[in-house]
Design a protein around this ligand. Structure first.
Ligand code: MG
Length: 287
């Protein structure tokens, strides 16, 4: 199933998407996406429609988990080629030549005000940064909460998957040494277009692509993750309870703006499109 959050005629709904038909069918009896995720095992066999289905072209898709979002936990340097391009770019504080691949995953978070919808504008914040960059990432959505989740149990805690653009102000990421300030500017987390449930895809074999103004910049497969999804869930949940709706973005592949010499930072009017197989596409204009 693909579950979307959307607005239609002034009200917000959760719906089941039929991507091929271009339709979405609202569901009733849930108060929002997190409520649906938290109770999914109990309600999935009896999910009822809340009226007739609607053309996707007649709705506004929202971030699948709307503000106030749950934890948005991100993993850095999780594809080898990207770890090397980042380390060599001059934008990684404390980079050490020959030690581009980390022994433990780099983990940080983005604040709740970063989240915007799959087709919303992203602000460049030109008064405080001149180096805004894109990062396409497969993001998993926690279904069943838990702490100290083992690798063997990890997939049982995942509700589904979505696309995240981990937008980054590279100068702030470098200057402040800790990544948070460069990652958490308002609108810096476009998300969507919906959540594809775990049973509908193989997260270890998904094509991940990103275009800037139609030019293909990132093109990889999640089989190349350095730290795989069970490792990430196990590492992040160690001593910290994950709850339904928490999001873990799994890292971006090579081809970001700082991978080029000179770097290709985003400018006003640029359109960044991202696709992951079996999920869909998001597209955001930078303003
Ligand atoms: Mg990232």
């Amino acid at each position: 199933m693909k579950f979307a959050s959307f607005s239609h005629k002034g009200s917000i709904h959760i719906g089941v998407v039929d991507d091929a038909a271009g339709r979405v069918r609202p569901v009733s009896g849930v108060t929002g996406m997190v409520d649906l995720i938290a109770r999914y095992d109990q309600i999935k066999s009896s999910l009822k429609s809340d009226g007739a289905d609607i053309a996707l072209s007649d709705v506004k898709l929202l971030a699948p988990i709307a503000a106030p979002a749950r934890n948005i936990i991100c993993v850095g340097k999780n594809y080898g080629e990207h770890a090397r391009e980042f380390s060599n770019s001059g934008f990684e504080a404390g980079a050490v030549k020959g030690a581009e691949i980390d022994e433990y995953p780099a983990v940080f978070s983005k604040g709740p005000n970063t989240v915007v919808g799959p087709y919303d504008d992203v602000r460049l914040h030109a008064h405080i940064t001149s180096s805004v960059d894109y990062e396409v990432e497969l993001a998993l959505v926690i279904g069943k909460g838990g702490r100290d989740i083992s690798k063997a149990d990890a997939y049982r805690h995942i509700f589904g998957y979505t696309i995240v653009n981990d937008v980054t102000a590279r100068d702030r990421q470098k200057n402040h040494k800790q990544w948070f300030l460069g990652k958490t500017l308002d609108t810096f987390c476009p998300m969507g277009p919906w959540i594809t449930t775990s049973d509908e895809l193989d997260p270890e074999n998904l094509d991940v692509k990103c275009w800037v103004n139609g030019e293909l910049r990132q093109n990889a497969n999640t089989s190349d993750l350095i730290f795989d999804i069970p490792s990430l869930v196990s590492t992040i949940s160690a001593g910290m309870a994950l709850v339904p709706g928490d999001i873990i973005a799994t890292g971006t592949p090579a081809g970001v703006g700082i991978g080029f010499n000179p770097p290709k930072f985003l400018k006003s009017g640029d359109v960044v499109a991202m696709e992951i197989s079996n999920i869909g596409r998001i597209e955001n204009k930078f303003v």
